[in-house]
Design a protein around this ligand. Structure first.
Ligand code: ADP
Length: 391
């Protein structure tokens, strides 16, 4: 198959003429952030915010021109106002039209008709990923609290409980899934259109880390993030899944907020350490999801206490139970605690997470307990509709 280059992409885009300015979008300097990676192409077309809605046909035409190039597997095109991150949009209702807020569409080619408007949560879930029952975000207020370790072990624990599980590494700033699951190399495509997820320990995985070199610094702007993320969800052959765990980027900035409202999440799990400072961050995470009407399924306390690798004795180095108390205070479920244990770090580093490495050990049991609690919370969410019981 011919290798697509940035040159090919730009040449194809020279055929696309801006109807208002009577010249092509390349000559006008409207095309930016072109990324070509193994046949997957993404780029942005910079437009005045007020023209965003009207230029949707232009975006579509540009998408098609590139998609039709030989060797192109997928195309993600976003309309973006110059160098700005999209303003947070309400969880439902129309996208913002006001002032200078950029109007952004992020599309992947597989579903050219589905707009990336903020979801009316459940409704657009079916549209984005028809085969996926529930999408659950694993998030944290800040980095380094063990969010990815928790996400991966939770996914494996869910699979042990019999669920069909996928995990999507949306931590674009530091994708760690390939390392945690011992996966490397580029994913392949069996149908030549969609990317096949990789599989480890019975869980399907997709990570931006499979697509970009680790040393390549990528400057992500809000719209690019959404484009890449939507592509990772939509252009991947996930097949049928009961649950897709999304390992979110740490923190509660604009990118996270946009993601939280644009990905049709069934709920969010917040990972926190017991220290107060981390809990303040966790609270921010919690509020972020609440703001966009994503149910918080609960809080996990990671590195809750220390288990000595030599004698197995437990020490409460940080005042343990902080997350449990905070969960109670905030009226969200407490999902469970995971100790700070050498074995958890070592197994993660070696690409064989503890739930796979020691499935009958105490740590795996702790993750299984959390998985059961998450499952119960998800079931509760589905039971919200009133039921009539006839006896
Ligand atoms: P985050 O995704 O929040 O940045 P990671 O999951 O990458 O955090 O974890 C950060 C570091 O802490 C990693 O080296 C990981 O192995 C380690 N770690 C995470 N959870 C635990 C735990 N419960 N016990 C010991 N080490 C842990």
């Amino acid at each position: 198959m011919a290798d697509v280059t940035e040159r090919n992409v730009l040449d194809a885009l020279k055929r696309i003429v801006d109807p208002d300015r009577r010249s092509d979008i390349v000559t006008l300097g409207m095309v930016s952030a072109v990324i070509v990676k193994n046949g997957h192409v993404s780029f942005a077309i910079e437009v005045d915010p007020e023209r965003g809605e009207r230029l949707e046909p232009l975006r579509k035409a540009a998408e098609k021109a590139v998609y039709d190039l030989p060797g192109v597997l997928s195309t993600t095109v976003v309309l973006t106002a110059e160098s700005r991150t999209p303003a947070p949009q309400p969880a439902d209702g129309p996208p913002p039209q006001r002032g200078a807020a950029p109007h952004t569409h992020a599309h992947a080619h597989a579903h050219p008709h589905s707009h990336a408007h903020p979801p009316a949560q459940a409704a657009s879930q079916a549209r984005l990923l028809p085969g996926v029952e529930s999408i659950v975000a694993v998030a944290s207020g800040k980095g380094g609290v063990g969010k990815s370790t928790t996400a991966v072990n939770l996914a494996l624990a869910m699979a042990q409980l019999g669920a069909r599980v996928g995990i999507l590494d949306a931590d674009i700033y530091g994708p760690s899934l390939p390392r945690l699951l011992g996966l490397s190399g580029k994913p392949s495509s069996s149908d030549g259109k969609r990317i096949d997820p990789k599989e480890a320990y019975g869980v399907k995985c997709m990570s931006i880390g499979f697509m970009v070199e680790e040393e390549t610094p990528i400057i992500w702007r809000g719209p690019m993030v959404m484009g890449a993320l939507e592509q990772l969800m939509r252009d991947v052959n996930w097949g049928g899944l009961d649950i897709l765990i999304v390992d979110m980027p740490p923190g509660t900035g604009d990118v996270q907020l946009t993601m939280a409202q644009r990905v049709p999440l069934a709920g969010a799990v917040i990972v926190s350490t017991p220290q107060d400072i981390a809990l303040i961050d966790a609270r921010k995470g919690l509020n972020m999801f609440r703001k966009v009407n994503v149910p918080v399924l609960g809080i996990v306390e990671n590195m809750s206490h220390f288990i000595c690798p030599h004698c197995g004795e437990r020490s409460d180095i940080f005042s343990t139970g902080g997350a449990r108390r905070e969960a109670e205070r905030m009226s969200v479920p407490f999902l469970g605690e995971i100790p700070l244990a050498m074995a958890i770090r070592e197994t993660s580093d070696s690409g064989r997470p503890i739930v796979a490495a020691e499935p009958d050990g105490p740590h795996a049991k702790a993750y299984l307990k959390i998985a059961e609690n998450v499952r119960a919370q998800l079931a509760l969410g589905k039971d919200d509709a009133p039921r009539i019981v006839v006896e």
